[in-house]
Design a protein around this ligand. Structure first.
Ligand SMILES: [Zn+2]
Length: 193
C-alpha cells in the first residue's frame, strides 16, 4: 500500500513553476504570468511536486473550463494522496497526455512567460536540452542528457556540467538558437481563450 506523502516545505523550482504555468496555458486556460504569478504559484503549491500538479491539472481540465487556482490543484492532489493510489492516478493521467506533445505545447508558451518575467536568458538546463549536442564525441539527441566524454574545445576541456548534464558547447548552441528565434519577426501564435 502506498503511503500518503506528507506535506513538506519543499517548493518547486522557478523552472518547474514556469513549466506548470506553461501547461495551464496550453490546456487553454487564461492566467496571468509574470514574476509575481510565478512567486505566488510557487508559494501556494509549497509541498507539492510538479508531477502532482500536472496530474491535478489534467483532472481539473477534464471537469472544468475555468482556469485553475492553486487551491483547485491542491484539492485534486490531496484527493489523489488520500486514495493512496498515487501511482495509478499519475499513470492514468500520463496515459491521456502524450509527454512529447505536452512538452512541445508548453515550450510554445515558455518564451512569452520568460518575456513577461523579464528574464534575460532562459533556464540554461531546459534550453540546452532542447537542441542536439554538437560535440562529436557525444551527439546526444534533443531531450537527452549528454554523455560524459572528455571532449576538448578550443584547446580547453569541454566538460559535462554535473548539474546541467550538458556540454558547454551545447549550452552555447542553445543560446544561439534562442537568439535566432528572438530575431525571427514572425508573429507568435495566439494563446487560445
Ligand atoms: Zn554533449
Amino acid at each position: 500500500m502506498t503511503e500518503v506523502v506528507p506535506v513538506t516545505n519543499v517548493r518547486m523550482s522557478r523552472a518547474e513553476v514556469t513549466t506548470l504555468l506553461g501547461m495551464i496555458l496550453s490546456a487553454g486556460h487564461r492566467i496571468s504570468v509574470g514574476r509575481e504569478a510565478v512567486a505566488a504559484w510557487g508559494a501556494a503549491l509549497t509541498g507539492y511536486s510538479l508531477g502532482e500538479c500536472l496530474a491535478a491539472l489534467v483532472i481539473h481540465t477534464q471537469h472544468s473550463n475555468h482556469p485553475p487556482l492553486a487551491h483547485d490543484l491542491i484539492v485534486h492532489i490531496r484527493a489523489a494522496r488520500r486514495k493512496t493510489l498515487d501511482a495509478q492516478v499519475l499513470a492514468a493521467s500520463a496515459a491521456k497526455v502524450d509527454p512529447a506533445e505536452a512538452a512541445n505545447a508548453a515550450e510554445a508558451h515558455m518564451s512569452k512567460i520568460r518575456a513577461a518575467m523579464g528574464w534575460k536568458r532562459p533556464d540554461a538546463h531546459i534550453s540546452a536540452l532542447s537542441v542536439a549536442c554538437p560535440v562529436p564525441e557525444c551527439l546526444a539527441a534533443a531531450g537527452t542528457p549528454c554523455r560524459r566524454t572528455g571532449a576538448r574545445r578550443k584547446g580547453r576541456p569541454d566538460t559535462v556540467d554535473l548539474h546541467k548534464g550538458v556540454h558547454a558547447s551545447r549550452t552555447e548552441r542553445a543560446e544561439q538558437c534562442q537568439a535566432e528565434r528572438r530575431a525571427d519577426t514572425l508573429p507568435h501564435k495566439e494563446i487560445p481563450a
